[in-house]
Design a protein around this ligand. Sequence first.
Ligand code: SF4
Length: 256
Amino acid sequence: MNTTVTQNTVRELPELFLQMLDLRVHLWSLFFLVPVGRGQSLQTLPPQECEDVFHWMVDIARHLAVKTTEAQHYRRVALQRAAAEREGLGVEAFDTGPLYRWLSARTAELTAGRTLPERPMRPPIDTNAGRGFAFIDHLGNVYPSGFLPIAVGNVREQSFVEIYRNAPLMRARRDPNGFGGACGVCEFREICGDSRSHAYAVSGDPLAADPTCLYAPAAGHGESATFAPRSRPHEAADEYRRGRSRRSRPRSRRCP
Ligand code: SF4
């Protein structure tokens, strides 16, 4: 079951959580709105509120299998919470905001007196645009995702395998060392990979930092990283940027 998370729908999540339990859904996917196409008329959550929803998701994940779409930094929060738990710490160890407190209180109110099913938390799966996933439209155009409207090839002219493996944007997208801003130095970049669609929708650069994440990487402050980044070159990102500077920027960011 999919739910689009926007500023207008986020406070419906506790009721929807109960509905998902009643319907015994296999997996609840929270899709964090990307402001492209028709989505431009809706409002995305600011970074702190994304963070609050992620913490709430970690809380409910012991009752229902949940995942995010276009909010890959949920993986970071899930790992941080697991690391804190190993040290005997809970969510109080994190700077959660008013939305987290509201979601938690509303969920407690709705579930009072009810025995909820227990399950092991579903591990966040490392797939992302152009990394285990691609989108092909009805004309055969291939995109890293349906919300990243930069065509990287066409299956009528080229094999999909060739496009997926070798298109410059696909290669650059799998090279987080070449990402801009915080994402390029973040100790979680290999497992997060962040939302390239959000980066493109907001900045016009598919390799820019994800604007929906508030995390300040330890590496960016000269501190030791929680997860040591792998040392890898980032030729793919450089190659994509060189090619992109020769191409004109698209006039509109419509979804394929
Ligand atoms: S800074 Fe970027 S790579 Fe790091 S957790 Fe946030 S979105 Fe992910």
